[in-house]
Design a protein around this ligand. Structure first.
Ligand code: 5RP
Length: 263
């Protein structure tokens, strides 16, 4: 691996081989999402605990302090909206010049395997890898399903993750699956981070799926709503940190969460 790519990945993935990314990119297709209406306020207390911030260029420029030392994963796919015809109909939104100008540590792009736009989004990924690799910028692929959340079976995710890695993604972000998550990991030759999905009923549910996913080989998380839609987002960040970086169990994370929530 080239020094530049290695250096950028080492800023995002800690020496323990694990990472905790914080996504705030949701507005790029769903507008002012609940608890993310003012991104600068959402991240103010959270940024220091994130190993990487997943964000579009617009929110980066408008809402993230430029003296922040948290590495940036720039969301560079889009062009659709929640009320449009098909969320999968994405394009690459951000040029390589912009990516370099914004000092991104990595870029992120969605692929929609099995959709009407499968070829288009996979070509987007390949083209982005072709553009970024010469500059040592790693690409993170997001295995997206749009509104079809029921698609998230282990078999489907395994297919999507493998294709993303084959096309050159250096990291793949995918959903946790209660069944056969280890098979998704085994079939993907690059590291996987777990995406969150809609907010869970309880904190413990989040701690349990993150813990299980890490035990089965995921290197970390990219969790948004389950952090910043929680009434105690800093406690959530820190409890997740304890699972990801300190090998704490879901029960220990829950205890820490309760303790921090009450301080
Ligand atoms: C949106 C994304 C988000 O980064 C991803 O869904 C993670 O956020 P959440 O935990 O809220 O699902 O890619 O397209």
């Amino acid at each position: 691996m080239d020094w530049g790519i290695e250096n950028r990945l080492s800023r995002l993935i800690r020496q323990d081989g694990r990472c905790q990314f914080l996504p705030i990119d949701h507005g790029y297709f769903q507008g002012p999402t609940s608890c993310l209406e003012k991104p600068s306020e959402t991240i103010r207390e959270l940024l220091a605990y994130a190993d990487g911030l997943f964000v579009t260029r617009g929110v980066l420029r408008s809402s993230v302090p430029s003296n922040s030392s948290t590495p940036i994963i720039l969301r560079v796919s889009g062009g659709t909206s929640i009320i449009g015809a098909d969320l999968a109909n994405e394009t690459i939104t951000t040029s390589i010049d912009e990516i370099i100008r914004l000092n991104a540590a990595a870029v992120g792009i969605s692929i929609f395997v099995g959709s009407d736009y499968e070829k288009q989004t996979l070509t987007n990924l390949s083209n982005l890898v072709n553009e970024c690799e010469p500059y040592g910028i790693p690409v993170m692929a997001v295995t997206a399903v749009g509104k079809e959340l029921e698609k998230r079976t282990a078999r489907y995710l395994s297919l999507s993750c493998r294709i993303a890695a084959e096309l050159g993604a250096r990291i793949v972000k995918t959903y946790y699956s209660t069944e056969d998550f280890e098979k998704i990991i085994e079939g993907c030759p690059v590291p996987i981070v777990i995406a969150g999905g809609p907010k869970c009923e309880t904190e413990l549910e989040v701690f349990e799926f993150v813990y299980d996913g890490i035990q089965k080989g995921a290197i970390g998380v990219n969790l948004g709503r389950n952090v910043w839609q929680n009434p105690s987002p800093v406690a959530m960040m820190r409890a997740l940190h304890a699972i990801i970086h300190n090998n704490k169990t879901p029960k220990e994370a829950q205890e820490l969460f309760e303790e921090l929530r009450n301080t």
